[in-house]
Design a protein. Sequence first.
Length: 248
Amino acid sequence: MHIIRNIFASLYLLWGLVVFISFMLLMFPFIILIQLLFKGKKAQSLSFTCLRIWAKGVAILCLYRIKIKNREAIDTTQSYIYVCNHGSYLDAISVVLAAPQAFKPLGKIEMAKVPIFGLLYKNVVVMLDRKNPESRAASVQALKVEIAAGQSIFIFPEGTMNTSDEILGNFYDGAFRIAIETQTPLAPMVLVNARELMPRKAPLLVKPGTITCIFLPPIHVKGLTVLDVETLKVTVKEQMSQAILAIQ
């Protein structure tokens, strides 16, 4: 039975990869055209529509359902800094389908090196090389420019996928410092069951199923200073942890 399970899991992973790449190639020329014809928030909004089509195609054909809770907590006329837990490759399609508005995500520069995917990736994210201080400073500035233009942004505060046994990994300061420095509210959200459906450390345990996305009440930072970054970070992490525990 174990061998049969691994065979089916391998075929399922292969199918998922084919679907992932196929929809990516389908959307790529549209995103390039959008980037050439439009600028700023309009370009991001149209590009995000293409990302939704990509994510929807992958979700449908790979039998993933995204269940969304409390999305009405988000005021789509307001810009936010979205923060979310990160534990699976399924997180990308989940947040794109769940978000009620377009956003500009922060992404690791290493992903731009992935064949085919990298071409699309570097056109829709603000890239970050955490090992390079100049890159970190430039990415923060780029995100602030997006916010100043009325664009929401998206950051995984754990920085990378959480492969530990903890509910959440350690949070970086970046999202919380930017929120305070730009006086932009945070919109915490959590994904439940994505790690179980596609564990990074055990890909052959992959399976179809339902991912639940929960939006927490936005956190306003009016009046806070950089001295409050640590307190804000701890508060958000605690709220996200409790939201995950409440549904498990």
